[in-house]
Ligand binder design. Structure first.
Ligand SMILES: C[S@@+](CC[C@H](N)C(=O)[O-])C[C@H]1O[C@@H](n2cnc3c(N)ncnc32)[C@H](O)[C@@H]1O
Length: 306
């Protein structure tokens, strides 16, 4: 089914407010494009709530909604979400799924994380280094689920997994990827030597993307995917969760209960400045908590107390 695409002009000052309202009424994904005529193709794609900072002055914000959504109902919901915005500026059109997938692919290049982890789109040949025998290569088309490796929150987790593999801690391990999105972290862990992985996400589309990516990477027999309410209650030696700081705080007890004594955890999706609240919530159950920053984003990692 085609999607409904909404586009409206957007200044830098307005951007967070517009994004919040669009997210509240169910936007699946958004793009921000330079509205200058001389740079029409420059755009950034991001998941609602985990935006990217634009560099341009005049912008157009585009949001994608489920196909079949009536524009007038959406305008009504947007007016209720934020009545201070002139939503009549919005323009609508139906777009095919492929247009969005194409937009992802066009801005997506092979990337290396740590020593030997590679994320390579299916339409690229393996670059030098990714063709080494010990390279851990995940082939990915992220589609609409978050997780292509290009976002710093994902990059921080991939580098952490690569480091764990280097110290032998992933060998034969079971890994929980909480908030799996495209499955990128679970797949990387499996390629780096984990015996099995569990992907959990509250978005069924993410679970479908993870399962599909696992099958295409031929690791589906070693991966299970679950909604949070169906997730098996068990412990893991390695847990990685790239969700927002507020969710990490809310899920602290659940995630702590999933890490085996002496096991390792990485928490990502934390904006610089939000780390203290997360550190405070996890300090009781985890020791050796360390903070790593990439651009505006923080990763916290630690070891479960025995
Ligand atoms: C930032 S993306 C991370 C995707 C991928 N793991 C990566 O590192 O690129 C966060 C994912 O967590 C999911 N998510 C957010 N809150 C959640 C919750 N409370 N329980 C389970 N999944 C959640 C979202 O649907 C999204 O797929």
């Amino acid at each position: 089914m085609p999607f409904l695409e909404l586009t409206l002009p957007c200044s830098e000052a307005e951007q967070p407010r517009l994004e919040r309202a669009l997210e509240n009424v169910g936007a699946l994904a958004m793009t921000l494009a330079d509205a200058h005529a001389d740079a029409p193709d420059e755009q950034a794609i991001f998941e609602p709530g985990v935006g990217q900072t634009p560099l341009w002055g005049e912008m157009a914000l585009t949001a994608l909604f489920e196909g079949g959504t009536p524009p007038e109902l959406l305008l009504h919901a947007l007016a209720a979400a934020d009545e201070g915005v002139d939503w009549s500026r919005a323009r609508f059109r139906e777009v095919a799924d492929q247009d969005w997938e194409r937009a992802w692919m066009d801005q997506y290049e092979p990337l290396q994380f740590g020593r030997r982890t590679w994320i390579v789109p299916w339409n690229h040949a393996l670059p030098e280094g990714a063709d080494n025998d010990d390279a851990a290569v995940v082939r990915l088309d992220p589609g609409l689920a978050f997780g292509s490796g290009t976002h710093p929150t994902t990059a921080l987790c991939l580098a952490w997994l690569d480091g764990l593999a280097d110290s032998g801690e992933l060998d034969g391990a079971q890994v929980l990827d909480f908030g799996c999105g495209s499955g990128i972290l679970a797949l990387a862990a499996l390629k780096l030597g984990a015996a099995g992985a569990t992907g959990v996400d509250n978005d069924p589309q993410a679970l479908a993307a993870t399962a599909d990516n696992a099958q295409r990477n031929e690791v589906d027999h070693r991966l299970g995917v679950y909604l949070p309410e169906d997730e098996p209650v068990r412990t893991y030696p390695v847990v990685v969760a790239n969700i927002l700081a507020s969710a990490l705080v809310a899920l602290a007890d659940t995630l702590a209960a999933r890490v085996a004594p002496g096991g390792r955890i990485a928490l990502s999706g934390i904006l610089a400045g939000q780390q203290d609240e997360v550190l405070e919530r996890y300090a009781g159950a985890f020791e050796d908590l360390s903070v790593t920053q990439l651009e505006d984003w923080i990763r916290i990692s630690g070891t479960r107390r025995g």
